[in-house]
Design a protein around this ligand. Structure first.
Ligand SMILES: *[C@@H]1O[C@H](CO)[C@@H](O)[C@H](O)[C@H]1NC(C)=O
Ligand SMILES: *[C@@H]1O[C@H](CO)[C@@H](O)[C@H](O)[C@H]1NC(C)=O
Ligand SMILES: *[C@@H]1O[C@H](CO)[C@@H](O)[C@H](O)[C@H]1NC(C)=O
Ligand SMILES: *[C@@H]1O[C@H](CO)[C@@H](O)[C@H](O)[C@H]1NC(C)=O
Ligand SMILES: *[C@@H]1O[C@H](CO)[C@@H](O)[C@H](O)[C@H]1NC(C)=O
Ligand SMILES: *[C@@H]1O[C@H](CO)[C@@H](O)[C@H](O)[C@H]1NC(C)=O
Ligand SMILES: *[C@@H]1O[C@H](CO)[C@@H](O)[C@H](O)[C@H]1NC(C)=O
Ligand SMILES: *[C@@H]1O[C@H](CO)[C@@H](O)[C@H](O)[C@H]1NC(C)=O
Ligand SMILES: *[C@@H]1O[C@H](CO)[C@@H](O)[C@H](O)[C@H]1NC(C)=O
Ligand SMILES: *[C@@H]1O[C@H](CO)[C@@H](O)[C@H](O)[C@H]1NC(C)=O
Length: 454
């Protein structure tokens, strides 16, 4: 079984002065393949590293120690532009996971990557113009650039006894793909915001406007944006999982975590089996995050799951104070204690007006709360969090503030702890069949007699 993949192939052809044609005559194809194999076996002493005296030119690749990933120059789709990127090394479908010069394509084969004595990476053309560079400013003694088995391209000081003390790493500047071990989120100490953005299209890796990252406002959540609009959100992390994807907890492929403290807020996952090829990639046309695994038998990427998963994952589909339930018809309902704001439109499946309290609140003379179970928590843009308050204190706090419309525990593990308050309209709630997440919704006191008062 010969593994062929286009970047090296293009290079081999270019060496033979055939240019960058994408339609390749089969005889050249096999000829190239054989040359490529020779090149590959010559380089098979694992060249995963370059130092300041060396450079990587168009046609050369760095290959990670275990052979998983390669760094080199490639042309995407039918484009003739050259980009420096990282791809899976030992599969026959060119699958690029990172691109350095996303917005600065190189139009010929004179691209060259080098690492300066300062540890700065410079991608230049024609031996002079820098099209892309890093901003490393640390003082280093013996800098090297290394492609790790994880697909992370790192700059480190060879003289640093801690090999994981990276001066720069590509995982901090993601393109459209999240790999195992990558953090998506914000380092509050440095303001580094690691977000994924889709390629514009197959021919153009420059950033589209479908973006996946952490939203800090209110209480942190993960959001998929289309431009400035939220397209889908994760719901709060409740200690177990995101309330918007409770079923993910027990997936067989990866473990995932959400970390939120005074230093960092990020989402990350780790493969349970590092031999499995798995990637999470943004898709501009579908406006979704797609999770694929490589099937070694069929030699294709299997689409496992997308985000949004279903109609109810689309941001705010049922309008303010509506709740979306995929198992009901119509999928949009009003929250308990609410009725459609515009009943005629609601009956024609126009849910944009959302719902209003069926009985007006009376904050002064006393409101109460109704508990709804198994939900994705509402948008936290207008929310407030206290990590130590218990549910009773949380309720009292919400009751005291007339614009507080709902509350819940922040963490459902160990019997529940912490407090989240929501102010104003409740947006983007989804109903699940099972989940540990309760939400307490403010209603007129007379309404709570029938419901389950907290
Ligand atoms: C490959 O690695 C060896 C040892 O690290 C080094 O001497 C050699 O120059 C490298 N070759 C290339 C083409 O980078
Ligand atoms: C390639 O790009 C360089 C600038 O990087 C420009 O000067 C040159 O004209 C371009 N060549 C072609 C054929 O577009
Ligand atoms: C490229 O740069 C090297 C070192 O900076 C220099 O020796 C060489 O002459 C340059 N080549 C061209 C074609 O400018
Ligand atoms: C270098 O810094 C600039 C400004 O802070 C930033 O926009 C750019 O993305 C950085 N480049 C890299 C490769 O980190
Ligand atoms: C870095 O380490 C190498 C050996 O690994 C040594 O020869 C060199 O002197 C060291 N450089 C500095 C500046 O410490
Ligand atoms: C986006 O997803 C669709 C459907 O899965 C797929 O056909 C298309 O190739 C993807 N586009 C890119 C640029 O990955
Ligand atoms: C890990 O995945 C590889 C490739 O799919 C498989 O051959 C191996 O058995 C798996 N290992 C474990 C412990 O599941
Ligand atoms: C909406 O539909 C329901 C059920 O079909 C019906 O009872 C109600 O009268 C309708 N309301 C309006 C305003 O059309
Ligand atoms: C959070 O709640 C605890 C316990 O009720 C309280 O001592 C603390 O001041 C609260 N923190 C904030 C920021 O309100
Ligand atoms: C209620 O909470 C909102 C949002 O935190 C705040 O702006 C407002 O001042 C609070 N009102 C009272 C009476 O505490």
């Amino acid at each position: 079984m010969v593994n062929l993949f286009l970047p090296q192939l293009r290079h081999t052809l270019s060496l033979q002065a055939f240019g960058y044609q994408t339609s390749i005559d089969m005889s050249f194809y096999f000829y190239s393949a054989c040359c490529f194999l020779i090149i590959f076996s010559k380089a098979s002493t694992a060249n995963d590293t370059i130092s300041p005296s060396e450079s990587l030119t168009d046609g050369m690749t760095l290959v990670s120690n275990d052979g998983s990933f390669a760094l080199g120059f490639f042309s995407p789709g039918s484009s003739k532009n050259r980009y420096l990127g990282i791809w899976y090394n030992n599969i026959p479908i060119q699958t690029v996971v990172w691109v350095a010069n996303r917005i600065s394509p190189i139009n010929d084969s004179t691209g060259l990557l080098k690492i300066e004595i300062s540890g700065k990476l410079v991608l230049q053309v024609q031996n002079s113009t820098a099209v892309w560079s890093t901003n490393t400013t640390a003082s280093v003694q013996n800098p090297v650039l290394q492609l790790l088995d994880s697909g992370n391209l790192v700059v480190r000081d060879r003289n640093d006894s801690n090999a994981e003390n990276y001066l720069w790493q590509s995982f901090d500047y993601p393109s459209d793909t999240m790999l195992s071990g990558m953090k998506i989120g914000i380092d509050l100490r440095t303001d580094l915001n690691r977000r994924l953005s889709a390629w514009k299209n197959w021919d153009d890796p420059s950033p589209g406007d479908v973006v996946f990252g952490v939203e800090l406002e209110g209480s942190p959540e993960i959001v998929l944006w289309k431009g400035l609009q939220k397209s889908s959100r994760s719901g709060l992390w409740n200690g177990n999982a995101f309330t918007g994807s409770p079923n993910y907890r027990s997936n067989p492929i990866f473990d995932y975590y959400f970390v939120s403290n005074e230093n960092e807020v990020y989402y990350t996952y780790f493969l349970r089996n590092n031999s499995v090829k798995f990637r999470d990639v943004m898709n501009q046309t579908e406006i979704e995050s797609q999770r694929y695994t490589w099937d070694p038998e069929t030699q294709i990427w299997q689409l496992l799951i997308t985000i949004p998963v279903d109609y109810c994952d689309r941001y705010g589909v049922c309008g303010p104070n509506g709740i979306c339930d995929s198992n009901k018809l119509p999928v949009c309902q009003c929250l308990t204690g609410f009725r459609p704001k515009w009943p005629e439109r609601w009956n024609t499946s126009d849910y944009s007006g959302g719902c209003i309290h069926s009985k007006p609140l009376n904050c002064q003379s006393g409101d109460g709360f109704i508990r709804i179970e198994n939900v994705k928590t509402p948008d936290t843009t207008n929310s407030w969090v206290n990590r130590t308050m218990n549910l009773k204190e949380c309720r009292a706090r919400c009751l005291r503030n007339c614009s507080c419309m709902a509350y819940s525990n922040l963490d459902v593990t160990g019997g529940g702890s912490g407090c989240v308050l929501w102010f104003g309209d409740l947006i983007d709630i989804k109903q699940f069949n099972s989940d540990d997440q309760d939400l307490y919704i403010r209603v007129s006191a007379s309404k709570t007699g029938t419901g389950s008062e907290s």
